[in-house]
Ligand binder design. Structure first.
Ligand SMILES: CC(C)(COP(=O)(O)OP(=O)(O)OC[C@H]1O[C@@H](n2cnc3c(N)ncnc32)[C@H](O)[C@@H]1OP(=O)(O)O)[C@@H](O)C(=O)NCCC(=O)NCCSC(=O)C[C@H](O)C(=O)O
Ligand SMILES: [Mg+2]
Length: 299
């Protein structure tokens, strides 16, 4: 089984905002997105590259996963952004407005040319109508030999802009896109993160959206403000009851008398080997979260 990494809370920060980048060193987000794209004004793009590079060279972000979001290669900033991002050595480059596998091919080609190390991953923003129509093709890029593709991030603001769909409580207009993106991601072993919630002061609405995102199966939520970190961390974590139930399932299947059984009954519920696999994942995630949180407390 591959190592589990918590990605409950993934905070965007405008790359041009040195104060925000500094503040993030003390924030309990599991991952950080240093943005060169929509959060940065056109005139500030070159400065953002320099500020991001300086912040990452200074370090102090501990074990947090580091992503840099570049502008698309078709824009006037894309190539310089990608060169700067690769030189800043993030864990992954986040590519906006990916609409086809060819977009990822171009990024891969450029990253190879720039000498990006093999462990530097690529994550794709799913935020265009064309991406929704090509989810399988985009996700399957992860199965190509040497592919760097490791994750999807939903961009619901851009999808709302391009389609006319509205943000409403429960997100009914967006559910088909969200679940199709999730299924495509899982079919090819990708991480998948829910989109942002723009209303920073609507705590109840945010908590409801986090609950929904977790119920749908997302690994975590992308965030726009530090206030959103604690509720996201609280939502994208197995509950005490889930952990206890997972332990019961794993322990019961491990008993010698159940060694050759595929389905058993525990507390009146039918439990199969697939539930034991899910339970083992739950326990791994909860251990990984405990480790992450204790490291954060220690620092
Ligand atoms: C929305 C904001 C512009 C609000 O900023 P501000 O007015 O400064 O907020 P506060 O005064 O409440 O801030 C309090 C302190 O927190 C720091 N702060 C604020 N936001 C961040 C952040 N994102 N990361 C780190 N630190 C942050 C402030 O500096 C204050 O600190 P202190 O000085 O100590 O008091 C701002 O929150 C913001 O810029 N948010 C991120 C915007 C962004 O990155 N947008 C792009 C991604 S969203 C998107 O487009 C997704 C996708 O592509 C799609 O299509 O949906
Ligand atoms: Mg977007």
């Amino acid at each position: 089984m591959t190592a589990v990494r918590p990605r409950r809370s993934v905070l965007y920060m405008p790359g041009s905002n040195a104060r925000a980048l500094d503040k993030a060193r003390s924030l309990a987000a599991d991952a950080l997105i240093f943005d060169m794209e929509d959060a940065v004004a056109p005139d500030a793009k070159p400065e953002a590259r320099t500020i991001i590079d300086a912040a990452l060279r200074d370090g102090g972000y501990g074990g947090r996963e580091i992503l840099i979001r570049i502008n698309g290669l078709a824009t006037q900033w894309g190539r310089d952004d990608l060169a700067a991002a690769v030189a800043s050595r993030p864990d992954a480059v986040l590519v906006p407005k990916v609409s086809s596998a060819e977009d990822l091919e171009r990024i891969s080609f450029e990253m190879r040319r720039l000498g990006a190390p093999a462990e530097m991953k690529v994550w794709a923003m799913i935020e265009t109508p064309l991406a929704i129509l090509s989810l399988r093709e985009i996700a399957s890029f992860a199965a190509r030999p040497g592919s760097r593709l490791a994750g999807f991030v939903l961009g619901l603001n851009d999808l709302a802009k391009e389609t006319g769909a509205q943000f409403v409580p429960g997100r009914a207009p967006m559910l088909p896109w969200m679940m199709m993106a999730l299924a495509a991601a899982r079919a090819f072993g990708l991480v998948v993160l829910d989109g942002v919630f723009n209303d920073i002061y609507d705590e109840e609405g945010f908590a409801a959206e986090c609950r929904q995102g977790r119920e749908f199966g997302f690994d975590g939520k992308t965030l726009v403000h530090p206030k959103q970190i604690a509720p996201a961390n609280a939502a994208f974590v197995p509950s005490v009851e889930e952990i206890e139930w997972a332990r019961v399932i794993v322990d019961t299947f491990n008993r010698p008398e159940n060694a050759d059984k595929s389905a058993i009954k525990i507390d009146g519920r039918m439990v199969e080997r697939l539930h034991a696999e899910m339970a083992a994942k739950t326990l791994l995630l909860s251990d990984a979260i405990r480790r992450t949180d204790s490291l954060a407390l220690a620092s």
